[in-house]
Design a protein around this ligand. Structure first.
Ligand SMILES: NC(=O)C1=CN([C@@H]2O[C@H](COP(=O)(O)OP(=O)(O)OC[C@H]3O[C@@H](n4cnc5c(N)ncnc54)[C@H](O)[C@@H]3O)[C@@H](O)[C@H]2O)C=CC1
Ligand SMILES: CC(=O)C(=O)O
Ligand SMILES: [Mg+2]
Length: 371
């Protein structure tokens, strides 16, 4: 198959769908790879590095979309991109369709077969293609919080770790999955006081063991959540119900009770956000203020550290990508975990939670992917 890699065009998105090392793996399996000129510049990979790996360079994104049988990207397609998809073409990327009916409609009308990284599953109940970017975003969330908390940036003016004789900041993490654990690790490493809330007791147990007393865990009732949020200097929103829109856990009514200059970092913004007052922001203008509380809601946080993120993402996507390139729809029929990634096929939504969130009818992929 001819695999196409356009340059990412979302605001301040410097990642790339395939690294040169990944291109070499596709080429070794007999595939052609067409890379838009400049696609790898954000990771210090010039066109020559892609040519050395066996790719051909396309002068424009239009050429990539027109020629390739499968498109590998990072971020959800932008309107000018989904206009170029065609029936039967495979798209392999993050989609986050639940809070994005306009994109969903665009993909349905294009006839593309869209496999979303974030809903591919593994045998252990995890999300292997979301996990690496959740590791990055979880760690970055604390850097974002630390920066926003500084007085010149509008924050309370507190150092996360404090200093000897002065108490540290209080960081509350809502959702103790991959993002939450990596946020907790960074915050604890800097010396902050950290509490993680989750609805899963087994998960809280795991975190308790992993951190061996260095963080507190709390079951996430409405009471506990309100209590923790009101006393926090920084709150990290890290919940996920796979495929679905994020539940709004921090309400607008809670904000006036919070400390002035406290910071909310809504990592779950790509699924619509878990704070009622969240709306997506960009790296160019990452924060805004509601009721004296700073909101950071960047939907592509890992795009800011592409040298780390692109490689981590490619390590996870590679086995699934080469299966799709090699077998096409048969790969989806064979592998139920890859099939869980199928969100749109032949104009229908093929993921149950995504269909429910969008109010669209659900087309069961098991009976819908005959090649
Ligand atoms: N903004 C960005 O750039 C990025 C955003 N993300 C997003 O971060 C979010 C979290 O991702 P992961 O950590 O990988 O998910 P995960 O599935 O590993 O963890 C989610 C956790 O939330 C918990 N949870 C669900 N409902 C809850 C509730 N009502 N109260 C408390 N906890 C609850 C679950 O039990 C689970 O432990 C996702 O929306 C993901 O798409 C991930 C990477 C980058
Ligand atoms: C997961 C995601 O949306 C991102 O890495 O941008
Ligand atoms: Mg995102």
């Amino acid at each position: 198959m001819l695999v196409g890699v356009p340059r990412e065009i979302k605001n301040n998105e410097f990642r790339v769908g395939l690294t040169p090392a990944a291109v070499r793996e596709y080429v070794a399996r007999g595939h052609g790879v067409l890379v838009e000129t400049g696609a790898g510049l954000g990771i210090d990979a010039p066109d020559a590095a892609y040519v050395a790996a066996g790719a051909t360079i396309a002068a424009s994104a239009g050429e990539v979309f027109a020629k390739a049988g499968m498109i590998v990207k990072v971020k959800e397609p932008q309107p000018e991109e989904w206009a170029q998809f065609r029936p039967g073409q495979i798209l392999f990327t993050y989609l986050h369709l639940a809070p994005d009916p306009v994109q969903a409609r665009g993909l349905m009308e294009s006839g593309v077969t869209a496999v979303a990284y974030e809903t591919v599953t593994d045998a252990h109940g995890g999300l292997p293609l979301l996990a690496p970017m959740s590791e990055v975003a979880g760690r970055l969330s604390i850097q974002a919080a630390a920066t926003a908390l500084q007085k010149p940036n509008g924050g309370r003016g507190i150092l996360l770790g404090g200093v000897p004789g002065v108490a540290p900041a209080k960081v509350v993490v809502i959702g103790g999955g991959v993002v939450g654990m990596h946020a907790a690790r960074m915050a604890a490493g800097l010396g902050a006081e950290v509490t993680v809330l989750d609805r899963s007791v087994p998960r809280l147990r795991e975190l308790d063991e992993t951190f061996a007393g260095r963080i507190r865990t709390r079951y996430s009732t409405i009471d506990a959540l309100e209590d923790e949020v009101i006393s926090a200097d920084a709150v990290i929103g890290a919940v996920l119900i796979p495929g679905a829109a994020a539940p709004k856990l921090v309400t607008r009514a809670m904000l006036p009770k919070m400390k002035r200059g406290a910071v909310l970092v809504d990592v779950a913004i790509d699924q619509g956000g878990c704070f009622e007052t969240s709306h997506a922001t960009t790296h160019a203008e990452p924060t805004y203020v509601v009721d004296g509380v700073i909101h950071y809601c960047v939907a592509n946080m890992p795009g800011a550290v592409p040298l780390t993120s692109s490689h981590a993402l490619n390590h996870a996507t590679l086995p699934f990508g080469v299966a799709l390139a090699g077998e096409g729809l048969a790969a989806l029929a064979r592998d139920p975990h890859l099939r869980n990634g199928l969100n749109v096929h032949r104009g229908r939504i093929t993921h149950r939670a995504v269909a429910e969130a969008l109010g669209e009818s659900f087309a069961d992929p098991a009976g819908n992917i005959a090649a």
